[in-house]
Design a protein around this ligand. Structure first.
Ligand code: FJE
Ligand code: FE
Length: 302
C-alpha cells in the first residue's frame, strides 16, 4: 500500500526478554576487573556461549600467560588497547574498536596485557566449539576498527562484528554459526533486527537506556544482560534523550554435553583429564608451551 510503513512488519514474532541480569564487577586474571554476565554461577552456559566479560584493566593488572582449548575467544575493544602474544610467536595490539576472533581449537597459550596508560576496556565473549571442531588448528581473524563493516540507516548505526545487518556483511568466519552486532540508536529510534529462529540470542547494554522486546517492558541500562526468548528477531526502542548502545549476539546452540575446567572446555570428563595431561606434558597442541614465556612475563622478572 503506498505510504505504508514497510518497517512495521519486518518481524512476525519479536523475541521477548526472558531474563535480565546486572553484571557486577569481580576480580579475574591478575588484578583485572570483569563484569561477567554469561559464565557466572547463576548462568553457567547459554549455548553456545560460555562467557561474556566486560573487562577493565589498568597496568600492571592483566591476563598473564594462560591456556585455552575447545572454544573461541572474541575480544572487541571499547577503550584503550590490549597487547597479546602467544606461544607460536603470534602477537599484536588490539586497539579501540578493533576485533580479535581467536579460535583456540586444540590449544593456545597466550597473554593479554594492557598496552597503554589508563584503563583498557572491552568485551570478551567465549563461544563453544562443537565436538568435531574442538581439536582443530588454532586460528586468528583480526579486523582493525577501520575495516569493521558499518552501516547507518534512519539514525541507527551498526558495526557488524559477525553476521549481517542493514544489508552489510562481516567477513568473519564463524565456526559455530554466530551473529554479533554493535548497535547505536539515536533518541527516538526503533530497530527491528532479524535473528534466526533456532538460535539463542542476547543483548548486552553498553551505554544509555533501551526498551527491548516489547514497548511495555521496563528500560534496561548499561551492564545489563538480557536473554531473549523465542522468535524471529529483536525489536528495540530508544525512548530516552541520550544515545543507546548495545550488542546483539546470537548463536546456533550446539546441544552437546559440556565439561569445563577453567580455560578448557570439552564434552566429557575424560577429555578434560586428557587436556590437563596434554597441557602438563606439553603434547597434542601444547608442544610450544614447554619453553615459552610471554615477553610481558619475562620483563617482570628482570
Ligand atoms: C582466563 C581467568 C581469566 N576474561 N576478558 C581464568 F581472567 C582468564 C582470561 C580472561 C580475559 C582476558 C581478556 Cl583480554 C578479557 C577476560 C577472562 O584471560 F582465560 C581464565 N581461564
Ligand atoms: Fe585468553
Amino acid at each position: 500500500m503506498p505510504g505504508s510503513d514497510q518497517n512495521c512488519d519486518v518481524l512476525k514474532e519479536p523475541r521477548l526478554v526472558e531474563r535480565k541480569f546486572l553484571a557486577r564487577p569481580q576480580h579475574e586474571g591478575a588484578g583485572a576487573i570483569v563484569r561477567r554476565s554469561i559464565g557466572r554461577f547463576e548462568l553457567r552456559y547459554f549455548d553456545p556461549f560460555l562467557a561474556l566479560d566486560e573487562f577493565s584493566v589498568t597496568a600492571p593488572a592483566g591476563f598473564p600467560d594462560h591456556p585455552h582449548r575447545g572454544f573461541e575467544t572474541v575480544t572487541y575493544m571499547l577503550q584503550g588497547s590490549v597487547a597479546h602474544e602467544d606461544f607460536e610467536g603470534h602477537k599484536g595490539t588490539i586497539g579501540a574498536g578493533d576485533l580479535q576472533w581467536m579460535t583456540a581449537g586444540r590449544g593456545i597459550v597466550h597473554s593479554e596485557m594492557p598496552a597503554a596508560q589508563g584503563t583498557q576496556k572491552g568485551l570478551q565473549l567465549w563461544i563453544n566449539l562443537s565436538s568435531k571442531h574442538k581439536m582443530i588448528e588454532p586460528r586468528y581473524q583480526e579486523v582493525p576498527s577501520k575495516n569493521i563493516a558499518e552501516a547507518v540507516e534512519d539514525g541507527i548505526k551498526v558495526r557488524v562484528i559477525a553476521g549481517e545487518a542493514l544489508g552489510t556483511k562481516s567477513p568473519i568466519y564463524t565456526r559455530t554459526p554466530t551473529m554479533y552486532l554493535d548497535f547505536t540508536l539515536k533518541p527516538g529510534n526503533h530497530l527491528q533486527q532479524p535473528v534466526p529462529t533456532s538460535w539463542n540470542a542476547f543483548v548486552y547494554v553498553l551505554e544509555g537506556e533501551g526498551v527491548f522486546g516489547n514497548l511495555k517492558s521496563s528500560a534496561a541500562s548499561a551492564h545489563h544482560l538480557l536473554l531473549l526468548g523465542t522468535g524471529d528477531g529483536l525489536e528495540a526502542w530508544n525512548n530516552s534523550s541520550k544515545p543507546l548502545r548495545f550488542i546483539l549476539v546470537g548463536g546456533e546452540p550446539l546441544g552437546e554435553p559440556l565439561v569445563q575446567y577453567g580455560p578448557f572446555v570439552m564434552n566429557t570428563q575424560e577429555e578434560i583429564d586428557k587436556t590437563i595431561d596434554d597441557f602438563e606434558n606439553c603434547v597434542n597442541g601444547f608442544e610450544k608451551a614447554r619453553h615459552w614465556r610471554s615477553e610481558s612475563a619475562l620483563s617482570l622478572e628482570m
